[in-house]
Write a protein of this length. Structure first.
Length: 388
């Protein structure tokens, strides 16, 4: 964008042609912009990943690049009665926004490779979690016809090395209730003992007895045939593949997060473990890009914007939800962990418990605690980074 009395890159509001896509063409564009007289600034909307190749090439060429939230562009200059949206109109609006805020535009700084890889892992983690939920529900639906209630027989946590769950592996071997109650209890106990030794699970004789009693008491609606067995074992195989993938991604996220400077202090915070810690650092990013704690809270969308006009001031305000939904989800999970363990010496739990005793709604005290957690996070991490 040329700093002249123009509404776009050319006189009379005529926008430049669409930016190229290939590396060679982008470098030609950078050379063209460098030769322009006067001061040049490039402004782009923060939408998806389309802007990143252009921004990185132009930034490396030494050109001033600024990335603006799409909502700010959308709300800017809506002073026309007619509704219209084209690439040309959007370019003119962005150019006018650039001219109005020329002196206060923030320069784009590329994210370092570790944080970018960590954030990408988090996005893939979310995708596979959705697949896991769907596949698990599918397997439970099949087992409701062959072995009802099998998924609630075991309460052991997933294994750390591969994330496998005992009831899922058990369903692959004993996929139908007739696999158990078709033999005597003693015979099943021996089978179960051998299976536990082979699959790497702990064996308890009383657990075998309770499984046998449960199988005898249930009624199946699907027959014990090869076709049904094929469906159940395939569902188990698919679910275990996704579970193993999620486990690999979790370990990779932990490895990447361990390379970040704030890793030691973040992992010492209560409620933040090897799963939620990397997710939290991935979504917050480099905390040094926030000059105060309030922008970080606003970035998470857990702030309550003021609502006041004249002598009226609203006391019942909702959070903005303008920030990252993934960060809010992670914060909610951290708050759930804090509630579950109830550490009496933790300031976040003390604040949360006080709001709960005051009779606040569940979502009110959970959101307020997340707000306080972020403020503590900002102060703790910034103090630690300043010492490095």
């Amino acid at each position: 964008m040329k700093r002249t009395r123009r509404s776009c890159g050319r006189p009379y509001g005529k926008p430049l042609p669409p930016p190229p896509a290939s590396d060679t063409e982008l470098r030609k564009l950078a050379c063209f912009l460098e030769k322009l007289p006067g001061e040049t600034k490039i402004v782009m909307e923060y939408t998806g990943n389309y802007w990143q190749p252009i921004a990185n090439v132009l930034h490396d060429a030494g050109i001033f690049v600024s990335i603006v939230n799409a909502l700010l562009i959308y709300k800017y200059g809506n002073n026309s009665i007619r509704k219209g949206k084209t690439d040309k109109l959007d370019a003119v609006k962005i150019a006018n926004y650039c001219l109005d805020r020329w002196t206060v535009l923030e320069r784009y700084t590329p994210v370092d490779q570790i944080r970018q890889a960590l954030k990408t892992c988090r996005r893939q983690y979310d995708q596979y979690i959705r697949l896991k939920v769907n596949l698990k529900n599918n397997l439970i639906a099949l087992l409701d016809g062959t072995f009802p209630g099998l998924n609630i027989l075991f309460k052991s946590a997933p294994r750390d090395m591969d994330g496998h769950e005992k009831w899922v592996d058990f369903a692959e071997k004993f996929w139908h209730r007739e696999c158990i109650c078709g033999n005597s209890e003693k015979a099943f106990t021996n089978q179960y003992k051998k299976w536990c030794a082979k699959a790497g699970y702990r064996f308890k004789e009383e657990k075998a007895s309770s499984i046998y009693a449960h199988a005898v008491s249930q009624v199946n609606t699907l027959p014990m045939t090869d076709s049904i067995k094929c469906l159940v074992t395939l569902a188990v195989s698919q679910l275990n593949t996704i579970i193993e993938t999620i486990s690999v991604i979790q370990h990779e996220m932990l490895t990447l997060a361990a390379q970040l400077p704030e890793y030691p202090v973040v992992m010492r915070m209560f409620g933040v473990g090897p799963v939620l810690g990397p997710q939290l650092m991935a979504e917050i990013g480099d905390v040094r890009r926030f000059d105060r704690k309030q922008p970080l809270v606003a970035f998470a969308g857990v702030d309550a914007p003021p609502c006041q006009s004249g002598t009226f001031e609203s006391k019942n305000r909702h959070i903005s939800k303008r920030g990252s939904p993934r960060l809010r989800k992670t914060l909610f999970q951290v708050m759930s962990t804090i509630i579950q363990h109830a550490p009496t010496d933790d300031p976040v739990f003390q604040f949360l418990d006080r709001k709960r005793r005051e009779g606040k709604h569940y979502y009110v005290y959970m959101t307020a605690a997340a707000n306080k957690f972020l403020r503590i996070y900002y102060g703790t991490v910034m103090a630690y980074l300043k010492k490095l």
